[in-house]
Design a protein around this ligand. Structure first.
Ligand code: FE2
Length: 385
């Protein structure tokens, strides 16, 4: 099978696929299966946008012939199915969408922090939608944000999570209190300072968003600090590539236990995507379990490099160059992407006043979905005018 087509960007079609000339003069081959799978005719694609094709049903002897190339469209006839498909050439030649830019930040980023106003983002109509969209966009870009003027009502933090998504209920409840307790099972409920960390690394999957809402803050100290884990990981990658590789390449265990829960999971400190970019960090020494001791020289060397990388990472997390301080007053709330942004607090004087926060977990897919839906609605409203 080979069909010569001289018109425009379509060069020819053969058993390996459709050969196209790209605008930059290069040529590229779109494999037949990829082309067949792109058919969006009414029998291949449902009006909902979901696909009706079954990849198991694609013939192993799939072949195609060109019916026509005209008006910017390519029409193919598939055998042995006897199916017809039409493709817009511009779509076949389009560049893939660019990935969202991730802009790492450090201590100098205070003026970029997304600060929303609760009354504005919950207002009715377009103004409220616009304010909510702007705040959520800022949160997505930096992996954190602040909301002011949140009523200090029990569980209000969960209602804020519901403005963009769904509460992730855990063994700590739908929402939980953070305050100094007499007999705590979690260091969060002491007046001790907490070095910046990600929450609940012992869960699978970890909650991807965390919210903390301040109800009372008359105790001296207890300021919150945020750290961009992507920025710190990038620094480590430059300063100690082997240590970085160990943190990304070795799974370690985290655990939390109390009378009603026994949670444990295994994952690397630094999570990389398939392109090698940092996708998340999991850093919380309170719940890190002991690593197995080496049984041979190679394991000994690996453990040594892992610890060098881990302690280096911890020193970078503790470095004020990367600290963004957030002083929460009653009614203020901060939100973090718990895979990216670490949060901590300075110690406070438990006897010299009170400090009470309420927290809850949610997930980033809801946040992204709400951004897309709000944008779509606002665009549609603008088109109607
Ligand atoms: Fe925490």
């Amino acid at each position: 099978m080979s069909t010569e087509v001289a018109e425009g960007s379509v060069r020819h079609l053969d058993h390996s696929g459709l050969h196209l000339a790209r605008p930059d003069g290069s040529t590229v081959t779109v494999p037949l299966l990829a082309l067949r799978d792109r058919c969006d005719c009414a029998s291949c694609s449902h009006p909902s946008g979901q696909r009706l094709l079954d990849p198991a049903a694609f013939p192993t002897d799939l072949a195609a012939t060109v019916v026509a190339v005209d008006d910017g469209f390519l029409r193919l006839h598939w055998t042995p199915e006897g199916h017809h498909s039409t493709y817009a050439l511009a779509e076949l030649l389009a560049d893939p969408p660019a990935a969202d830019d991730v802009l790492p930040w450090d201590a100098g980023a205070a003026d970029r922090l997304a600060v929303g106003d609760h009354q504005q983002i919950t207002a009715d109509g377009e103004a409220g939608s616009r304010a909510l969209l702007d705040w959520l966009r800022g949160v997505a870009a930096m992996g954190c944000g602040v909301l002011t003027g949140v009523p200090t009502l029990d569980g209000e933090v969960a209602r804020v999570a519901e403005l963009f998504g769904f509460v992730r209920e855990t063994n700590y409840g739908r929402w939980f209190d953070v305050w100094a307790q007499a007999d705590p099972t979690n260091l969060a409920n002491t007046s001790l300072g907490l070095p910046p960390h990600t929450d609940n690394p012992y869960r699978d999957p970890v909650p991807t968003m965390q919210l903390l809402h301040c109800h009372q803050s008359s105790a001296a100290g207890g300021d919150n600090v945020l750290v961009d884990g992507f920025r710190v990981a990038a620094e480590l990658r430059t300063l100690d590539p082997d240590g970085f590789a160990q943190l990304a390449g070795r799974a370690v265990s985290f655990a939390y236990r109390d009378a009603g829960a026994s949670l444990t999971t295994t994952a690397p400190i630094i999570d990389l995507d398939v392109a090698g970019n940092v996708r998340g960090v999991r850093f919380n020494h309170r719940s890190l379990q002991q690593l197995p001791l080496p049984t041979n020289p190679a394991e000994s060397e690996q453990l040594s490099v892992w610890y060098r990388g881990y302690t280096h990472f911890a020193r970078l997390v503790a470095d004020p160059r990367f600290h963004l301080f957030v002083h929460l007053r009653p009614g203020d709330l901060f939100i973090v992407d718990n895979r990216r942004v670490l949060h901590g607090r300075t110690a406070y004087e438990a006897g010299g006043g009170s400090r009470h926060l309420q927290g809850c977990y949610a997930d980033v897919d809801g946040l992204r979905s709400t951004i897309a839906v709000l944008q779509h609605r606002l665009d549609a409203a603008a088109d109607d005018r």
